[in-house]
Design a protein around this ligand. Structure first.
Ligand code: NAP
Length: 312
């Protein structure tokens, strides 16, 4: 595949889909490169209830399908392949993929973030045999069973609520004495009689024979260890930005997120970042889409500048 485009967008999640619409509407030949299904982390959303203008709740998959169809209607193109690196060759970017190089005048990196692991004893051993990072994918396997959910952010609280409809009961383990999650989301968990929260606590080890059978939980204040029988452990302790494909020298913050200005520009002219991969105070579907729109708009201006077509 020797593709070329005005604007290449790497990642087909919320940020990439937002950028695709705005890139195509700016009359750029816009190519979205996604290695898996488009939709990114939005695909895991059971009910997308906080996206403005959608009072009738939709699931993340349907929302992503609509976004893609809308972007395609404006002229955006989608290819499915895996990107290994991005480099700049003169004024053009060269994106290496499993199917050959793609060249573009500007690039928006919208590669998102990948779930973090706890690093606790038994986590790797029981991954796929009771330890999971995706409630919608794996929750139904443990219907009617007792489950442990780890974390205190929006993901942990949202997913605990989802799992509470399947589980016999849920033990939620959080290392602090209150949730990090938005208040409205946290309150639902606190009011849910099927969820017991263990504050100031961490998972010490996950144990079982062939599959998860019990979890040892340590209270950080007292040092006491308690044993909880459980068939599954769902881990939602945040995520790490996906930046391995970026060229060397791209500025990042201490968490590894790409630093941009408010035009979504990185420190390399023509290279933009949008969504969860960039340093941002609030990670939502709406903010990712917005990042994508800003990045595409500014990428169009960058290309105009490059070609001596800038409006003055
Ligand atoms: P997050 O906000 O970074 O929260 C991660 C949680 O895991 C924190 O409570 C953190 O504890 C805990 N944690 C981190 N490392 C840990 C470890 N090694 N052991 C035990 N606990 C650990 O991540 P997130 O919940 O995945 O959310 C990511 C972003 O997506 C956020 O911006 C969030 O707002 C957004 N999001 C929004 C929604 C929604 O609006 N419905 C849903 C999901 C996600 P501390 O609090 O002590 O740091």
């Amino acid at each position: 595949m020797a593709e070329t485009a005005d604007l290449a967008i790497i990642g087909g999640g919320a940020a990439g889909l937002g950028a695709a619409q705005y890139g195509a509407r700016a009359n750029l030949d816009t190519l979205v490169i996604e290695e898996m299904a488009h939709g990114g982390q939005a695909l895991l959303i059971e009910k997308l209830e906080n996206y403005p203008g959608l009072p009738q709740v939709v699931d993340g998959y349907s929302w992503a399908e609509t976004m893609r169809a809308q972007a395609e209607a404006f002229g955006a193109r989608f290819v499915s392949t895996s990107v290994s690196s991005i480099r700049k060759d003169g004024q053009r970017f060269v994106i290496s993929t499993g199917d050959g190089d793609i060249t573009a005048k500007a690039v928006i990196v919208a590669t998102g973030a990948k779930h973090r692991q706890l690093g606790t004893h038994g986590e790797a051993e029981f991954c796929g045999r009771g330890v999971s990072y995706c409630a919608t994918c794996d929750g139904p396997f443990f219907k009617g069973k007792r489950m442990v959910v780890v974390g205190g952010g929006d993901s942990a609280c949202d997913e605990a609520m989802f799992l509470s409809k399947l589980a016999d009961s849920i033990v939620m383990v959080h290392r602090k004495d209150r949730f990090r999650a938005q208040k409205a989301i946290a309150d639902r968990v606190l009011k849910n009689p099927r969820i017991q929260v263990l504050w100031d606590s961490v998972v010490e080890s996950i144990q079982g024979a062939k599959t998860v059978e019990k979890v040892l939980i340590k209270n950080l204040k007292t040092g006491a260890i308690r044993e909880e029988a459980a068939a599954a452990v769902f881990v939602f302790v945040g995520s790490d930005p996906q930046t391995a494909i970026l060229p060397e020298g791209i500025a990042k913050d201490e968490s590894g997120s790409v630093i941009t200005n408010d035009r979504m520009e990185t420190n390399m002219p023509g290279l933009f970042a949008a969504g969860d991969v960039r340093a941002t105070p609030f990670r939502q579907v709406i903010t990712a889409v917005s990042d994508g729109a800003v990045a595409a708009h500014c990428a169009a201006q960058y290309i105009d500048e490059l070609e001596g077509q800038a409006y003055r």
